[in-house]
Design a protein around this ligand. Structure first.
Ligand SMILES: [Zn+2]
Ligand SMILES: [Zn+2]
Length: 270
């Protein structure tokens, strides 16, 4: 990375350093906004616009109102700023040698590249489950997590509709990983793309997965929009992010989840 050498060799003045940080921050905001804006708009326009009529029978609860979407977009903007700020800290850690984000495949090879992506998904899933349970304790729910739960029937824009403190907690998943492991820049991009797409999809209010998905031996381990929608309806149970196993292991899966999934997808036995 070019700026790595620049950071170490150039005699930085305070003004230059602040300018550099401001540029990195602005770049992060643009990048985060593009990723998130593209994912939420794509899923919103497709599922709530183009396919709205066709998917009406797969509506899990209700369509979100325009007021819901406006509020979710506003909070999403503040989340983008928090994510971008944490991104600046990550870049600063990388250029000063405290964390390693590498560009070439070679130093660690393809096996680590693929494995690190899988590890990041598992780590994110665990980190989210634990912090989400904490956010559902009385103090945190009243002051912080309640913001996300104002959406009882969320839209894809609820994916980033967080109190700034919750945004900060969520943003720490990557820096905490970088304390322990090196990550390829492509893995970070894939991680972000997967995260925004599945997050927006999980708040889509309509179930798009095929009938039988939640019972399947393999696919049944993946969370669905119904899974997370029920969490928004009740604010109790179904705390998981990407996989259903933490809720099953910890006994927090909502008992009616699979039945509700069957009803929504039209495969419930009468
Ligand atoms: Zn949610
Ligand atoms: Zn919650």
């Amino acid at each position: 990375m070019e700026f790595l050498q620049v950071w170490h060799t150039a005699p930085w003045s305070d003004v230059q350093a602040w300018r550099w940080l401001a540029r990195v921050f602005t770049g992060n905001v643009v990048q985060e906004a593009l990723f998130y804006g593209a994912a939420a708009s794509l899923i919103g326009v497709l599922l709530h616009g183009v396919l709205r009529r066709r998917l009406a029978r797969r509506l899990i609860g209700q369509w979100p109102t325009a007021a819901d979407v406006r509020r979710e977009m506003t909070y999403s903007l503040s989340t983008l700023l928090v994510f971008a700020a944490v991104g600046v800290a990550v870049v600063a850690a990388v250029v000063t040698g405290r964390a390693e984000v590498y560009v070439q495949v070679q130093p660690y090879g393809w096996t680590w590249l693929v494995l690190s992506f899988v590890l990041m998904l598992l780590w994110h899933d665990l980190y989210f489950y634990v912090t989400h349970r904490l956010l559902h304790t009385r103090w945190w729910f009243r002051r912080v997590h309640g913001v996300h739960h104002r959406s009882r029937h969320p839209s894809p824009w609820a994916a980033y509709a967080f109190h700034p403190l919750e945004a900060l907690i969520n943003a720490m998943v990557v820096p905490l990983a970088l304390v322990v492991i090196p990550l390829h820049v492509g893995v970070l991009l894939a991680f972000t793309a997967h995260q925004v797409l599945r997050n927006a999809h999980g708040h889509a209010a309509v179930e798009t997965m095929p009938a039988g998905f939640s019972h399947h031996r393999l696919w049944g381990h993946f969370t669905t929009t119904t899974h997370h929608h029920m969490h928004h309806e009740t604010a109790k149970g179904n705390y998981g992010l990407w996989f259903t196993w933490w809720d099953r292991w910890m006994g927090t899966e909502i008992a009616q989840y699979r039945q509700r999934f069957d009803e929504v997808t039209g495969s419930a036995t009468p």
